[in-house]
Design a protein around this ligand. Structure first.
Ligand SMILES: C[S@@+](CC[C@H](N)C(=O)[O-])C[C@H]1O[C@@H](n2cnc3c(N)ncnc32)[C@H](O)[C@@H]1O
Length: 251
């Protein structure tokens, strides 16, 4: 993971993110509903990882307006945008959530669609779990292995390099080793329509999510044209997002 590249890409996208992020908005609402279903009554301090422009922050600030909030992101520009978008007072801190530099404990740690950018997800989750209070909960969403399968299949069919990251399968996520801590993970499939392959790539760029996996060789114009032609032959250009919803409890 090139964290500087990721940070710059999201920073540049801070102003365009919300117009091109329907799946992220849907996912933040899903996470809110899950947190509400837990019926948590004693949540006094909350840590958010990878707030972006604040889709999840706003959802959960409506649920816990009295809590003490620490809202973090890798990108200073995303943090600034989030700060402008929320109504509840909070501490905003630039931080790589994979290597938290904060002192816990927190009653609730939340994160929506940010942890797929961790280089080592189980290790990052383990470090974050250590910040939970004994009665605390960590609830997060991240991408699963079925995400963008249409794009992957197209590139493989054309024998072209695949820049997609290797997201965990549901089974892999359910068996993450968190040094004795139990993890519950479930999966939801969300399909998002795009006008064509180019619109999909442009949308990824508008939300800052275009950073490829390490070692990826970018396609040249001729290769990219082949991909677009291949995708144009399909009836639609829907892309699968597999949303993994995880829950870890304090101990
Ligand atoms: C797809 S956006 C999701 C933002 C927001 N949570 C939402 O639901 O819309 C991913 C966010 O995670 C941030 N991010 C990426 N890697 C991160 C890391 N290692 N630590 C903290 N934030 C990170 C990015 O800067 C970006 O703001």
């Amino acid at each position: 993971m090139n964290k500087t590249f990721i940070q710059d890409a999201f920073g540049t996208a801070a102003k365009t993110y919300e117009q091109e992020a329907p799946v992220q908005k849907w996912t933040a609402h899903l996470l809110r509903q899950y947190v509400e279903s837990l019926g948590l009554t004693d949540v006094s301090n909350i840590l958010e990882i990878g707030c972006g422009t604040g889709f999840l922050t706003r959802e959960l600030m409506e649920v816990f307006p009295e809590a003490t909030w620490t809202v973090t992101d890798l990108s200073a520009d995303m943090l600034e945008t989030c700060c402008q978008n929320v109504a509840v007072e909070a501490t905003f801190q630039q931080m790589d959530g994979e290597f938290p530099t904060l002192e816990g404990p927190f009653d609730l740690i939340v994160s929506s669609l940010a942890m797929q950018w961790f280089a080592d997800l189980p290790a990052g989750l383990g470090r974050l779990s250590d910040l939970l209070s004994p009665k605390g909960h960590m609830v997060f969403t991240t991408l699963g292995s079925k995400s963008f399968q249409e794009w992957r299949r197209c590139l493989e069919a054309l024998s072209l390099p695949v820049g997609l990251h290797d997201y965990p399968t549901l089974q892999q996520a359910q068996s993450f080793d968190l040094t004795g801590r139990a993890i519950g993970v479930s999966s939801r499939i969300k399909k998002q329509d795009y006008q064509n392959g180019l619109a999909f790539l442009k949308a990824l760029k508008s939300i800052g999510a275009q950073s490829p996996k390490s070692g990826y060789r970018a396609m040249n114009t001729k290769e990219l044209r082949k991909v677009m032609t291949y995708l144009d032959q399909r009836e639609d250009c829907a892309m699968t997002y597999e949303i993994l919803l995880g829950h870890i409890e304090g101990k």
